[in-house]
Ligand binder design. Structure first.
Ligand code: ATP
Ligand code: MG
Length: 404
């Protein structure tokens, strides 16, 4: 097994004023055996990056290494990669065995071990070789399709077809497995089930895997590390929990979950930390150094805030402010409260200090989302309830160097 390195990789299509920069100076080190996700919105350059690694596109600039091999000029079939596509790309009129054997036959053809293309799909040819038979059966077992050899792929479910495609990629025992949105044609339940299957197989085989998706939940649930891409560039490369808990920018924060984004000003700093203005209150933010007067953008995950009715509220611990429940969204195990914390003109809200809790969120939105655990129907707060919100100072994220 091997690592994959991309060094200052760029790929442009077209030239001059019409050029599209699909991949822009990407630097990545993907470790041996790692399950690595390329995540980002449509058009951000995920597929192009993947196609450069597979050898279907040649980079405009930069280097691609697989292990200690510099492969920019190595043709695709000699790169030792296996690829799985969104559309499976199976041969519908052949059976499962033939589709998987195809991966091996192509390799042997390229290596000159099979001279003629004709007859590649002859069952006799493929099945005659005990070696091919054994490898195909092993790959089918790996993806949980043992005994399916003779089934026509057109008679398989979407999930089973995707497993055949996976077996076809794995049968050559490549060093690197490349998967481009392999689950997006499946329905939701199957998609979730296939995540586990793919992860399980990947761990068992121990193969370095690069997985492209635009679904943040899929990337978070499957990957060891994620490269979040935006307009051809890397926005952030991190483990899923880090990406969620410490996004570099509000863009990254929004892409991997919902967030309350607040622009505010540093009002005080001392040995214990920093205090920023939030409406009529000052709140403390941990792990962050700044000077008085600095403008900062704060990111607060809905679950970093807690909410309780003001009537039963305890003593003010400092990092609290008031609001009124304006919407309740029940999501099974969780409830999302949308809390109105006051308008910019200071007309609403009764802060504990008696003044209007003004301008908590800049712009027109003065609403904060808070996630609470569902603790029974009677405990659900109704619209109009006056509440106290608290923020854990350790869970406030400062978007440093935020540009959006
Ligand atoms: N062959 C091509 N010729 C010209 N432009 C291209 C070509 N392939 C991709 N692009 C452009 O490069 C950019 C990145 O495309 P790419 O397919 O890599 O995006 P993606 O992140 O995979 O998106 P999606 O999630 O929609 O699959 C897009 O602006 C796209 O239009
Ligand atoms: Mg794509």
């Amino acid at each position: 097994m091997v690592s994959v390195s991309l060094r200052n990789l760029s790929k442009s299509f077209g030239s001059g004023a019409n050029a599209t920069v699909a991949v822009d100076n990407v630097d990545l080190e993907i470790e041996d055996g790692e399950f690595f996700a390329l995540l980002g919105p449509s058009g951000c350059g995920k597929t192009t990056t993947m196609r450069c690694i597979a050898g279907f596109e040649s980079p405009t600039r930069g280097e691609i290494w697989i292990g200690d091999r510099f492969i920019n000029h190595v043709p695709p079939h000699k790169r030792d990669t296996g690829m799985v596509f969104q559309s499976y790309a199976l041969f519908p009129h052949y059976d499962v065995f033939q589709n998987v054997a195809y991966g091996l036959l192509m390799r042997d053809l390229y290596n000159g071990r099979i001279g003629a293309f004709a007859g590649l799909f002859s069952k006799r040819l493929a099945r005659r070789s005990a070696d091919i038979r054994e490898q195909v059966h092993k790959a089918l077992d790996q993806v949980g399709l043992g005994g399916y050899d003779e089934r026509q792929v057109s008679q398989l479910s979407g999930g089973q077809q995707q497993r055949v495609a996976l077996a076809r990629a794995l049968v050559r025992r490549p060093s690197v497995l490349l998967m481009d949105e392999p689950l997006s044609n499946l329905d939701k339940n199957l998609r979730i089930q296939m995540r586990d299957t793919i992860r399980h197989i990947q761990r068992e085989v121990g193969i370095t895997t690069i997985f492209v998706t635009h679904d943040q939940e899929e990337a978070m649930g499957m990957a060891d590390r994620i490269a979040l891409m935006r307009d051809g560039r890397l926005e952030q490369v991190d483990r899923p929990t880090e990406l969620y808990d410490r996004p570099n920018s509000s863009w990254a924060a929004r892409f991997v979950g919902s967030s309350n984004i607040v622009d505010t000003t540093v009002e005080r700093t001392d040995a214990e930390g920093t205090e920023v203005r939030l409406g009529s209150r000052r709140i403390r933010v941990s792990g962050f150094e700044a000077a008085v007067g600095d403008q900062v953008r704060l990111i607060m995950r809905p679950e970093a805030l807690s909410v309780r009715p003001r009537s039963g509220a305890g003593p003010d611990t400092g990092n609290t402010f008031d609001g009124t429940v304006s919407k309740v969204t029940y999501l099974g195990p969780n409830i999302v409260y949308t809390v109105d914390v006051g308008a910019d003109d200071g007309a609403t809200s009764t802060g504990a200090e008696g003044s209007g809790a003004t301008g908590l969120l800049t712009g027109t939105r003065q609403l904060v989302e808070v996630t609470d655990t569902f603790r029974g129907a009677d405990a659900v707060l109704s619209v109009g309830t006056e509440v106290q919100l608290s923020i854990d100072p350790d869970r406030i994220i400062v978007a440093e160097g935020d540009s959006s």
